[in-house]
Ligand binder design. Structure first.
Ligand code: FES
Length: 201
């Protein structure tokens, strides 16, 4: 370095901090807010839209409630009434199992000595609801869950089942077929000789 050149300072002065921005006035804040509103709609338009929205919500709720009141209550439970063929399709002295899987029923036809009638037993154990099996070799229904046994006709005689199997309502349709209703059942054996529980065919 030549002796004519100035000597640089050992520590250059630190840059001055930028002056803090003065806080925005209330008017300035309102102007900023208005700018944001104006991107979409004005405050007046917003309030009008909110009022109409509330009105239509109220109107929809009122119309829905009125329709609910006037329309019938429709349930979509599966049907419980079925046609199960003609009486001559069932042999005397037989527990027919062909509808057990589809409708959970057995169709039973007594022998002439037993009365010769036809009835439908609901295939649900009266202990805890399992599906028993018909054991033709032992002439009884046997529940696989806890061992309850039911005689021909459905009377309980062994195991924990507290009462007989239930029987379903039966009738003859105009076309000669048997109709049964698995949703309408007789629990008490006293009812089993009613004409809508025991078809004399
Ligand atoms: S459910 Fe049939 S014996 Fe328990």
């Amino acid at each position: 370095m030549s002796p004519d050149q100035p000597t640089p300072p050992a520590n250059p002065p630190a840059p001055r901090p930028a002056p803090a921005k003065p806080p925005k006035s209330i008017q300035q804040q309102q102007v900023d807010e208005t700018k944001v509103w104006n991107l979409w709609f004005t405050r007046r338009e917003f309030l009008t839209l909110a009022a109409w929205g509330g009105f239509f919500l109220w109107l929809g709720g009122t119309i829905g409630a009125a329709l609910r009141y006037f329309l019938p209550n429709v349930t979509y439970d599966p049907p419980t009434r079925f046609k199960i063929g003609r009486p001559e399709d069932y042999a005397s002295g037989e527990v027919n199992t062909r509808f057990k899987k589809k409708y959970r029923i057995w169709v039973v036809r007594d022998t002439p000595a037993q009365g010769g009638g036809l009835y439908v037993i609901y295939a649900r154990c009266t202990h805890l609801g399992c599906t028993p099996n018909w054991l033709s070799g032992q002439n009884k229904f046997k529940c696989p869950c806890h061992g309850s046994g039911f005689r021909w006709g459905g009377i309980n005689f062994e195991g924990p089942a507290p009462r007989p199997l239930e029987r379903c309502r039966v009738a003859l349709a105009d076309d000669g077929q048997i109709i049964t209703d698995v949703g309408d059942r007789f629990k008490d054996p006293k009812d089993w000789h009613r004409p809508d529980a025991y078809l004399k065919v």
